[in-house]
Design a protein around this ligand. Structure first.
Ligand code: PMP
Length: 380
């Protein structure tokens, strides 16, 4: 059996103590035993999201919470602003448009971050806008958007701010309440160090007001159902109990480690990954790189082969480009249960693959560059 190294920006590897919890006997979800777990998880989620608001758990991948964030607050014909800069920003548009919501795009070129002042301009020009939807860390390009700044702008308007923090949460500083984010969504398979299958959503008082007037059709993704069940520490439908039990363990780990310490660790790994790309003469793709995934341009003639060869020959999984970026970039994750040693292994195998594919690479160069950064941090 081949040993696998998962360095993809979701799913990420999960710690053994978290994985073991999935093997425990199934709890029934309408019992005090489960309610206790759910209550603990719900409190822990507030810490990870840095919010005082309730955080609801929905069975489904991150997109389930995204769809909930469209159908629960809007009505057909409503106008929204989508500030997008990649595949996942574009997903907000696709969900909204499929429900008959009118989208005003404030798009940034892929590789660049959305411009907060353009959102401000769009809000001033369209006073009926109900919400601004954007992405925290755009996983498809490796770009980070300035949510704090966007929050300051949107707070002054009638609109709510909805942020996709699916890949960034847990991986780098994100403060739902302090940054005036009305609705934040995330998923289990990235910073939470958990298997895919759960998504999460927070709702501010301003967003609840909007929910009252929402008329879009909804059933499973109706946020009001989740709020009602939350009162009794339940979910409205049968939850993936095993995932919730393992989430309790994952949150325990996050709390023990401390969010700030986690953010610092991924920041260090991100710095090491960026230095490694530079040492390989691979240009970084993101103008404002996030801390959870590093993206770099690769020659188009070998772009498609790098990811496949790495996985097939060495068992190392990284990601390639999505959509228009297919074959043009590679993406190496440093989030979740990915540590220094994983990154060094991944870089060393990447060098060999680049050599095999005909690129002029000085073996050891990227590993040495990453090691320098990691050692420097240890020395302080
Ligand atoms: N948003 C972002 C930023 C993501 O990285 C992802 C997953 N790659 C999603 C949304 C979609 O989440 P899922 O695939 O879990 O539905």
């Amino acid at each position: 059996m081949k040993k696998h190294y998962l360095l993809t920006p979701g799913p990420t590897p999960i710690p053994p103590n978290v994985a073991l919890k999935e093997a425990l006997p199934i709890l029934h979800h309408r019992t005090s035993e489960f309610a206790e777990v759910y209550k603990d998880v719900a409190e822990g989620l507030k810490y990870v999201f840095q919010t005082k608001q309730e955080v609801y758990t929905i069975a489904g991948s991150g997109t389930a919470a995204m769809e909930t964030a469209i159908v629960s607050f809007l009505s057909a014909g409503d106008e929204i602003i989508v500030a997008d800069c990649g595949v996942f920003g574009d997903r907000w548009k696709k969900i909204a448009e499929s429900y008959g919501v009118k989208v005003i795009s404030v798009s940034a070129q892929w590789g660049k971050a959305v411009k907060p002042n353009e959102i401000e301009k769009a809000l001033n020009a369209n006073p009926n806008v109900k919400a601004v939807y954007t992405t925290f860390t755009e996983t498809s390009t490796g770009v980070e958007n300035d949510i704090k700044k966007i929050g300051e702008i949107v707070e002054k308007s009638k609109a709510i701010l909805v942020v996709d923090a699916v890949s960034g949460l847990g991986g780098q500083e994100f403060r739902t309440d302090d940054w005036k984010v009305d609705v934040a969504v995330s998923g289990s398979q990235k910073g939470f160090m958990l298997a895919p299958g759960l998504s999460f959503i927070t709702v501010s008082p301003k967003a609840w007001k909007l929910a009252e007037s929402s008329k879009l059709p909804k059933f499973y993704f109706d946020i009001k159902k989740y709020k009602k069940s939350y009162l009794t520490n339940e979910t409205p439908f049968t939850p993936p109990v095993t995932l919730i039990v393992s989430l309790q363990e994952a949150i325990k780990d996050i709390k023990n480690k401390g969010l700030e310490n986690m953010w610092d660790e991924y920041k260090l790994l991100a710095g090491a990954a960026r230095a490694a790309m530079k040492a390989l003469d691979l240009e970084l793709f993101a103008e404002v790189p996030c801390q959870v995934v590093t993206s770099a341009k690769v020659p188009e003639n070998i772009g498609g082969k790098i990811v496949k060869t790495l996985r097939e020959k060495y068992g190392v999984s990284i990601a390639g480009g999505q959509g228009d970026l297919k074959g043009k970039i590679i993406r190496i994750a440093h989030m979740g249960y990915i540590g220094k040693a994983d990154l060094l292994v991944g870089l060393s195998c990447l060098e060999m693959v680049l050599c095999e594919l005909g690129l002029k690479v000085k073996l050891g160069a990227s590993v040495a560059a990453a090691q320098e950064i990691l050692l420097k941090a240890q020395r302080g």
